[in-house]
Design a protein around this ligand. Structure first.
Ligand code: NI
Length: 140
């Protein structure tokens, strides 16, 4: 099994805020990310796909296809957007790194399966919200 990875980058605004809680509790749990007037992050993500090498191409999956799927299905929907207000698949969800990465998985996994005719599959999505904090998801 070979693993290939493609990096992507986007900038987005959000806030972490649970409407069921008081302002004080939100600030206690979410800190600066609870700021009601939003703030932004420069997100870095790595999408890793696994499969066997196709003898005709030498590829697990064509990076051109992987790049296009990430751009059209994720990047263009979140880049320079407000994750709480502008992004359909985040409606009603806390805009945390964990929830984002799970939603990205739900979108990308079937697309990768489709474009490779089931020969390659999504292995991992890593999403970095800051230089020090990131979430990884393996679909489990
Ligand atoms: Ni934040």
């Amino acid at each position: 099994m070979i693993y290939i990875s493609r990096d992507a980058h986007f900038c987005a605004a959000h806030k972490l805020y649970n409407e069921k809680w008081s302002k004080e509790k939100n600030e206690e749990v979410f800190g600066a990310c609870a700021n009601e007037n939003w703030h932004g992050h420069n997100f870095d993500m790595t999408v890793t796909v696994k499969g066997r090498v196709d003898p005709e191409t030498g590829f697990v999956m064509n990076f051109k296809d992987l790049n296009r799927i990430i751009k059209e299905e994720i990047h263009d929907k979140v880049d320079h957007k407000n994750l709480n207000l502008d992004v359909d698949f985040m409606k009603g969800k806390l805009a945390s790194c964990e929830n984002l990465v799970m939603e990205f998985w739900a979108i990308l996994a079937p697309k990768i399966h489709e474009v490779t005719s089931g020969k390659a599959s999504l292995h991992c999505i890593k999403l970095k919200e800051t230089n020090k904090n990131y979430a990884e998801y393996y679909g489990e």
